[in-house]
Design a protein around this ligand. Structure first.
Ligand code: NAP
Length: 248
């Protein structure tokens, strides 16, 4: 028996990186997978085909996570196509790094909208079918930076810290309906988003990571699988760090 058999998962921002790994992991464990992307049409089509090749129902939707109306439409479309939503992974996100002296209001707004408002947008939508089903798992992608802060990343850190407060609040609001809401706080995971870190030499980062390496997208996908599955039925309102120990 696979861990997500008969479940429908909606994963935002799955055309690349962590979201893609989560979509593949969930499919491997038997879930039907609806996923979103913003502009990577070819990658999304390739993922849709790869997921279908794994024998599960899969569909990609072009949908801007920061847009409330788009989240409303997305949820309606996924419910029409898949019938239900058991698992929602709010993963889509961006970083626009700058010291506060140089950080523009536009950069601040872009990051908060894509990373934090997006979580509000979709959680508000998916909780309705989950409440009806009296079951569900919502997983929000935060970051170690949301717990520790990081110079040059104030907007990103604020958005990721906001996700933690949101997650804990929602867990309290809908726990009685058997809907769980947890966050994952990845450390440095090898994706397009962190590509630039390697330019300055990876070794200096490894000194700060007890496990001595960057994380792989699959490391985060495994944590998402745990939180999505019945293995974590008594876990809600938590932040699971997947950071090689750098958050101690
Ligand atoms: P990534 O490789 O840059 O991929 C980002 C994904 O999000 C892409 O699929 C992108 O779609 C999608 N996306 C971006 N803005 C969107 C929007 N407005 N609407 C819909 N989709 C959108 O990033 P990643 O490293 O996998 O990060 C995934 C999540 O983990 C983010 O929330 C990030 O903050 C968090 N995280 C990452 C790390 C890390 O070290 N990588 C660490 C901590 C937390 P397109 O391909 O269409 O642009």
């Amino acid at each position: 028996m696979k861990l997500l058999e008969n479940k429908v998962a909606l994963v935002t921002g799955a055309s690349r990186g962590i979201g893609e790994a989560v979509a593949l992991k969930f499919a491997e464990q038997g879930a039907s997978v609806a996923f979103t992307y913003l502009s990577s049409v070819e990658k999304a089509t390739a993922l849709e085909e790869r997921l279908a090749g794994m024998g599960v129902k899969a569909k990609g939707y072009k949908s801007d996570a920061g847009d409330f109306k788009a989240a409303e439409q997305l949820t309606a479309d996924v419910l029409k196509d898949f019938g239900t939503i058991d698992i929602c992974v709010n993963n889509a996100g961006i970083s626009k790094d700058n010291l506060l002296l140089r950080l523009t209001p536009e950069q601040w707004d872009d990051v908060i909208q894509a990373n934090l408002k997006s979580v509000y947008n979709l959680t508000k939508q998916v909780m309705r079918p989950m409440m009806k089903a009296r079951s569900g798992s919502i997983i929000n992608m935060s970051s170690v930076v949301g717990m520790k802060g990081n110079g040059g990343q104030s907007a990103y850190a604020a958005s990721k810290a906001g996700i933690i407060g949101f997650t804990k609040s929602i867990a309290q609001e809908i726990g009685s309906r058997n809907i769980r809401c947890n966050a994952i706080a990845p450390g440095f995971i090898e994706t397009d988003m962190t590509h630039y870190l390697k330019d300055g030499g990876a070794e200096k980062w490894f000194e700060k990571i007890p496990l001595g390496r960057f994380g792989k997208t699959e490391d985060v996908a495994n944590a998402a699988l745990y939180l999505a599955s019945d293995m974590s039925l008594y876990v809600t309102g938590q932040v699971l760090s997947v950071c090689g120990g750098m958050n101690m």
